[in-house]
Design a binder for this molecule. Structure first.
Ligand code: GAF
Length: 401
């Protein structure tokens, strides 16, 4: 399915365009925006050739751009305090992994990858966005993907089709892996670029096969509620890298490039071939892949309410076998389930961040108040709660005032 319909002009796009005018005294040539994502199920499977099932959030990062005749890249961002911060100007030919760091590294990393592909044209970029940062909702990929679409347009490659978007997702992943230095899979970038409104994206990260599966939970009286615990854990990057190393090691021992090739019936043999410490990790991945397939089957039949037990099982596996949950995520999941959610799980990399809960509309008020009360009783900051509606992927914004 193609995804060329431009996203509606979002607040992020308007803010980026207005900030561009403040910084540069004129309108940008264009604004590109890319969304964060929720992953419905299929966690920590995207770096071993497994399955994922994300959908795009309405929250976006927008990049307002004016293209230059030289190779200079200037970048400014509208901070959450509504102040504009400037990164030191960069020359695209001089970019090297390691500098700059922080938010500007994601922009510079994309420019670096495009330069390696022969695209070095400079640009003046101003960013703004409303994807919650550090919440496991993929704000980094949103920034990378909006930057990639803007810089590609400046280099004469506007309006990529669906296959080109998947390729660009790989470039954005490379920016994150090699320039920023975080060894993520390709889930977030593919979600940001290839998702379509009203659908979840069934992605086989082994073969690259993609299928848009209709997912209109609201029409069946259900809401996917995002529960941002607002707990950020310091060890999330080292924990993620550590899990990735362990899975790479297990795949080497099994002599495979993809755990996606093992189904549940083969699990006992697979585990028997591994050392004790790898077994729970691989068990998570193999069972999680099976859960994605079962959720896809149910969604294709429109049986949305029946996916709850797979969401629950996914969380339990991430908590007990993969060990990437956190006390705050476990609390959120337990509270949501007890108050009437049909299923709940952490979403994203874990170690803090967000959970999702599948909630019947008539239970939503009680689930939300149970979460607020439970977090207060545990002396935690109030969670941020909002419904997640499957939204369009990244694109050029139709018009900016
Ligand atoms: C993070 C990573 F960026 C993704 O690639 C994926 O591995 C996810 O954690 C876990 O499923 O979002």
């Amino acid at each position: 399915m193609n995804n060329t319909a431009p996203p509606e002009t979002s607040d992020a796009a308007r803010l980026a365009a207005a900030s561009f005018r403040t910084v540069h005294g004129e309108a940008p040539e264009g604004v590109w925006a890319a969304p964060g994502r929720v992953n419905l199920v299929g966690e920590h499977t995207d770096y071993s050739g497994g399955y994922v099932l994300p959908f795009a959030l309405p929250h976006r990062t927008a990049v307002a751009a004016r293209f230059r005749d030289d190779t200079t890249l200037t970048v400014a961002t509208l901070g959450s305090d509504r102040r504009i911060q400037h990164a030191p100007p960069m020359r695209v030919p001089d970019l090297t992994p390691g500098t700059p760091t922080g938010w500007a590294a994601y922009v510079a990393g994309v420019a670096w990858v495009l330069r390696e592909l022969g695209m070095s044209r400079g640009a003046d970029l101003v960013l703004a966005g409303d994807v919650p940062t550090g919440a496991g909702l993929s704000s980094s990929a949103a920034l990378e993907c909006a930057t990639a679409l803007a810089l590609l347009a400046g280099n004469g490659h506007a309006d990529p089709d669906d296959d080109e978007r998947a390729t660009i997702a790989g470039w954005a992943q490379r920016a994150e892996n090699e320039f920023v230095g975080v060894p993520t899979g390709v889930l977030d970038q593919t979600a940001s670029l290839c998702c379509v409104g009203g659908h979840v994206l069934f992605l086989d990260t082994g073969s690259g096969r993609r299928e848009q599966v209709p997912f209109d939970a609201a029409a069946t009286g259900l809401t996917v509620l995002v529960i941002d615990t607002r707990a950020r854990h310091r060890h999330s990057e080292s924990g993620y890298a550590d899990r990735r190393r362990s899975i790479d090691h297990a795949m080497r021992l099994l002599g495979t490039g993809s755990l996606g090739e093992f189904d549940r019936p083969r699990l006992p043999d697979v585990l028997a071939a591994l050392p004790e410490e790898s077994r729970p990790l691989v068990r998570h991945v193999v069972t999680e892949n099976a859960r994605v397939l079962s959720v896809v089957r149910l969604l294709r039949q429109g049986r949305y309410a029946d996916i709850g037990s797979a969401l629950d099982a996914s969380h339990d596996s991430l908590r007990d076998d993969f060990r990437v949950s956190s006390p705050e995520l476990d609390l959120a999941v337990d509270l949501a389930r007890s108050a009437g959610a049909l299923g709940a799980r952490m979403t994203g990399g874990g170690f803090g961040g967000s959970a999702i809960a599948l909630v019947p509309d008539d239970a939503r008020a009680s689930v939300e108040s149970a979460l607020r009360r439970g977090f207060r009783d545990a002396r935690l900051r109030p969670p941020r709660l909002f419904p997640a509606v499957p939204s369009p992927g990244a694109g050029r914004c139709a018009a900016t005032p």
